[in-house]
Ligand binder design. Structure first.
Ligand code: ATR
Length: 282
């Protein structure tokens, strides 16, 4: 592409940021849409976060994504927060509106849309979620806002599960458990949708979260991990005739939502997906 005097700048701030797929995905999207913009990675150390945000204003960078470890800390430097970002206390997308930074969180809507695109309905359903970290917060929020009737949260560190449960119970029925086989075996048969938000399954040497032979038949199992494309959890779920969904959709649709916030235009989602698939799985 040609960079001109008129070219606008977008980017991602994170530390590290090297492995982010967003520059590839968003650059392809801008090009496809014929928008005169670049999207670049900015490696920002935690101690430089405030300066970096002042830099966004000063340099008139039009928008950035925010990734680990800045999503939560960045909130204090934002001028306006949207409802999702405010509830989650985390921002992954910033839009610069005439020097004012507007903060959004597209992780929850990205997760929700990835399910919708797969034809998965949530209204009145029972969901079982593993994990209570930052990703779990966005996923649990999306599940409840999407209409699940019961959300059961399992986490190894029980006090973290309780803390997340306290927050999410403002939105609906939430029950929390320590990650114990006996509790999992009791609750799992009631599940319509099972979601892993932990990092367990990224490495082939990882333990199983629970006894996967206990996955009920014919349900929906979602893993927000996208490398490998099929975790042990998803493999086991497939064998049980479950519908399985990995985390590629969440990655894609959080990016689609960010693009739409920045540009006010429909994102070229098919192309963005193609770019991700090629990069990740060849
Ligand atoms: P993220 O922002 O990606 O959610 P995080 O906040 O570090 O990352 O959360 C990681 C999640 O994976 C947590 O729920 C963590 O459980 P703990 O709160 O008990 O640490 C979970 N997790 C990581 N490794 C795990 C393991 N070996 N067994 C079970 N849960 C694990």
């Amino acid at each position: 592409m040609e960079i001109r005097g008129s070219t606008t700048v977008y980017g991602i701030i994170g530390y590290p940021v090297k492995h982010s797929l967003s520059p590839l995905m968003q650059t392809a999207a801008f090009q496809e849409a014929g928008i005169d913009a670049v999207y670049v990675p900015f490696e920002v150390k935690p101690e430089h976060l405030k300066t970096a945000l002042d830099g966004i204003r000063a340099l008139n960078v039009m928008g950035v994504n925010v990734t680990i470890p800045h999503k939560e800390r960045v909130v204090e430097f934002i001028d306006f927060l949207d409802e999702d970002a405010e509830f989650l206390g985390a921002v992954n997308t910033i839009k610069n509106v005439e020097g004012k930074l507007h903060g959004y969180n597209t992780d929850a809507v990205g997760f929700y849309r990835s399910l919708v695109e797969e034809g998965i309905a949530l209204k009145g359903k029972t969901a079982v979620m593993f994990g209570a970290g930052g990703a779990a917060k966005a996923v649990g929020y999306a599940l409840l806002k999407g209409g699940v009737k019961f959300l059961h949260i399992f986490n190894r560190n029980f006090s973290r599960a309780k803390e997340l449960g306290d927050l999410l119970s403002r939105l609906g029925n939430v029950l929390v458990y320590p990650l114990k086989e006996s509790a999992v075996e009791t609750v799992l048969p009631t599940a319509d949708v099972i979601v892993n938000t932990t990092s367990v399954g990224m490495k082939s040497s990882d333990p199983h979260l629970f006894d996967y032979s206990k996955i009920p038949e014919g349900k929906t199992v979602v893993d927000i991990i996208y490398t490998p494309p099929e975790t042990e959890l998803l493999k086991a779920a497939k064998k049980k005739g479950c519908k399985v969904v990995n985390g590629l959709g969440m990655l894609l649709y959080q990016g689609v939502a960010a693009f739409e916030i920045w540009t006010g235009r429909k994102a070229p989602a098919e192309l963005m997906k193609k770019v991700l698939l090629e990069e990740l799985y060849g």
